[in-house]
Design a protein around this ligand. Structure first.
Ligand SMILES: Nc1ncnc2c1ncn2[C@@H]1O[C@H](COP(=O)(O)OP(=O)(O)OP(=O)(O)O)[C@@H](O)[C@H]1O
Length: 235
């Protein structure tokens, strides 16, 4: 169980959340979408307890939560394998699991390289592997595809979805790409930046009026090869 119960939070004078009640769907993928500065990262920080609400509370059972922030830094030079082994040490070390994650995230060839010497996109995959190696019940991911090319964006989300299903993980992530958010999620939280958050199923979000109002930008929903796609109208 991981819920927002009557949570209110301001950053300075800016209202981020007002009496928000939300249930994180267990063993499902929830994606947070919304405009820049609306409070998406703040919500992940609340769920990870790196930030406390002004009012209300985040309700936890005894889930193990792994939080992958937008920017991650190493404080000493480590190879990919060395970093992932640190992730494993909290639990019964499971190098077989670690090797599967290395394979699934396409990291085999760089397993012995220093993390700092990898490209931004490669490092992003390594940090996701690190979070998974902690064997969390809940994984919080802030823009996990941000530095990736389109191939690896889709690849990473596919692998994440497979691992989520296989290990019954609860995933809460922030994405900016609306098509990816709706395609890979069960639930979507739409953060409006005025204190309010709508919780919808991903299917309910294929709604041009809804998305246009959240982003204050005209969008259309069209169908390509039988699949709905969100198109942002360019002026
Ligand atoms: N520690 C802080 N102190 C003061 N204001 C903050 C702090 N952290 C965030 N804010 C402000 O709160 C608002 C929400 O920030 P947050 O990072 O949660 O937004 P976001 O939706 O994740 O944005 P983006 O899409 O740009 O990553 C922003 O206006 C931001 O400037």
């Amino acid at each position: 169980m991981l819920d927002f119960k009557n949570v209110s939070l301001k950053h300075g004078t800016k209202t981020i959340l007002t009496n928000v009640n939300l249930v994180v769907a267990p063993r499902k993928i929830t994606t947070i979408i919304g405009p820049n500065g609306s409070g998406k990262t703040t919500m992940l920080k609340l769920l990870s307890q790196t930030l406390q609400p002004d009012q209300g509370r985040i309700v936890f059972a005894d889930e193990k939560v792994a939080y992958l922030e937008q920017n991650n830094e190493l404080f000493e030079p480590l190879t990919v394998t060395e970093l992932l082994e640190i992730g494993l040490t909290n639990e019964v070390p499971d190098s077989e699991f670690m090797y599967r994650i290395i394979q699934r995230l396409g990291l085999v060839e760089m397993a012995d390289q220093l993390v700092d010497e990898l490209s931004g996109g490669q490092q992003q995959r390594v940090w996701l592997a690190y979070a998974l190696c902690q064997r969390p019940d809940v994984i919080l991911l802030d823009e996990p595809t941000a530095a990736l090319d389109v191939h690896y964006q889709v690849e990473l989300l596919n692998v994440l979805q497979e691992i989520q299903t296989e290990y019954n993980l609860t995933v809460v992530m922030v994405l900016h790409d609306l098509n990816q958010a709706l395609h890979f999620s069960d639930f979507v939280w739409l953060v409006r930046g005025n204190g309010y958050v709508d919780r919808k199923t991903a299917q309910q979000c294929y709604d041009a009026e809804l998305l246009s109002s959240v982003f204050q930008t005209p969008v259309q929903i069209i169908e390509i090869a039988g699949k709905r796609q969100v198109i942002v109208e360019l002026s």
